[in-house]
Design a protein around this ligand. Sequence first.
Ligand SMILES: *[C@@H]1O[C@H](CO)[C@@H](O)[C@H](O)[C@H]1NC(C)=O
Ligand SMILES: *[C@@H]1O[C@H](CO)[C@@H](O)[C@H](O)[C@H]1NC(C)=O
Ligand SMILES: *[C@@H]1O[C@H](CO)[C@@H](O)[C@H](O)[C@H]1NC(C)=O
Ligand SMILES: *[C@@H]1O[C@H](CO)[C@@H](O)[C@H](O)[C@H]1NC(C)=O
Ligand SMILES: *[C@@H]1O[C@H](CO)[C@@H](O)[C@H](O)[C@H]1NC(C)=O
Ligand SMILES: *[C@@H]1O[C@H](CO)[C@@H](O)[C@H](O)[C@H]1NC(C)=O
Ligand SMILES: *[C@@H]1O[C@H](CO)[C@@H](O)[C@H](O)[C@H]1NC(C)=O
Length: 326
Amino acid sequence: MATPLLSLIFFTTLLFSAHSELCNPKDKKVLLEIKAAFNNPYVLTSWKPDTDCCVDWYIVTCDPTSNRINSLSVVTGSLSGQIPAAVGDLPFLETLDLRKQPNLTGPIPPAIAKLQRLTFLRLNWNNLSGPVPDFLSKLKNLTFLDLSFNNLSGSIPPSLSLLPNLDALHLDRNKLTGRIPYSFGTFSKVPGLYLSHNKLSGPIPASFANMDFNVIDLSRNMLEGDASVVFGSNKTTQIVDLSRNLFKFNLSKVEFPKSLTSLDLNHNMINGGIPVEMTALNLQFLNVSYNRLCGQIPVGGKLQSFDYSSYFHNRCLCGSPLPSCK
Ligand SMILES: *[C@@H]1O[C@H](CO)[C@@H](O)[C@H](O)[C@H]1NC(C)=O
Ligand SMILES: *[C@@H]1O[C@H](CO)[C@@H](O)[C@H](O)[C@H]1NC(C)=O
Ligand SMILES: *[C@@H]1O[C@H](CO)[C@@H](O)[C@H](O)[C@H]1NC(C)=O
Ligand SMILES: *[C@@H]1O[C@H](CO)[C@@H](O)[C@H](O)[C@H]1NC(C)=O
Ligand SMILES: *[C@@H]1O[C@H](CO)[C@@H](O)[C@H](O)[C@H]1NC(C)=O
Ligand SMILES: *[C@@H]1O[C@H](CO)[C@@H](O)[C@H](O)[C@H]1NC(C)=O
Ligand SMILES: *[C@@H]1O[C@H](CO)[C@@H](O)[C@H](O)[C@H]1NC(C)=O
């Protein structure tokens, strides 16, 4: 009598425990592959085959209804090697965040394009190399894309302007070359645009006249020509950083958006003078130093609240906070 009863209990327990695990077996298999590909790093110690990835594992989270892995996020440096292609086999992933991994190298794998539910992709402060991939434009639900502080090279793929939901695009602090794509003046939803600290050259595309960026940072590149298309009295732009480029245009003719709170133009070849309309702006930051500006700094608004270093090293700019005009 005892043996069949015991085996019944055993069988029920087995059945119950198999059903009580929330983790999807396909996701578990893929995550264990990812762990092996990263050479079993310390940060993934909790990923054990006999435990529940939705309950017991750190670094990942499961969707509460589907119990599928929806987030993978490693933010302390201990991953090494390349991002494994297996990452593309987590079809319910919405957040992929691998940052501050100095030993994470190699290219961004094409398998990432399979992650159609991805809304948040942050791979910043790593040592990734190769291009900014064109295939990222297939991730139509992306709202946030940050590849900054890496070793990415080549030109910016024009197709990124096809991402319809982007709030922010960070490609700053890489080794990107070539021009800013003309298509970046055609975003349907205009993201914050961060392209600073690269080796971008050529002019700002004329199509930027149609783009109302909330934030645009093009600083520390080798961009040239007329940057006045960035501005416009009908825009709602708040932060503009064009510093340390080769821009050359007449500042007197620029119509600034009323919304502008921060303007950095230092180290360019900008001529003309500071238009009196700038006294109407509610600026919290201004730096027009190291340009070719001339004439009197208009008196009023916030313009005298900045110190002389906001204005120094120009051709013949004068008046408070610089020495008075002769
Ligand atoms: C990166 O790799 C180097 C050389 O293998 C090692 O000394 C260092 O500790 C690693 N850094 C991290 C954050 O894992
Ligand atoms: C990239 O690797 C180099 C050494 O190869 C290291 O000095 C640097 O800190 C790493 N970069 C980042 C952003 O971690
Ligand atoms: C993309 O987002 C929309 C709106 O949030 C949603 O309806 C759609 O299912 C998402 N697509 C994928 C592939 O997850
Ligand atoms: C950056 O990439 C270049 C090749 O494109 C390579 O020579 C260099 O070592 C890389 N730097 C780092 C810090 O990984
Ligand atoms: C601003 O006005 C110009 C023409 O006056 C127009 O071409 C441009 O599309 C407008 N920009 C925005 C953001 O409305
Ligand atoms: C800049 O434009 C103003 C107003 O049109 C004009 O008076 C001035 O001569 C121009 N300055 C330069 C350097 O072109
Ligand atoms: C303006 O920029 C110049 C050049 O980088 C710098 O020396 C100066 O301190 C800056 N001033 C302010 C107020 O940001």
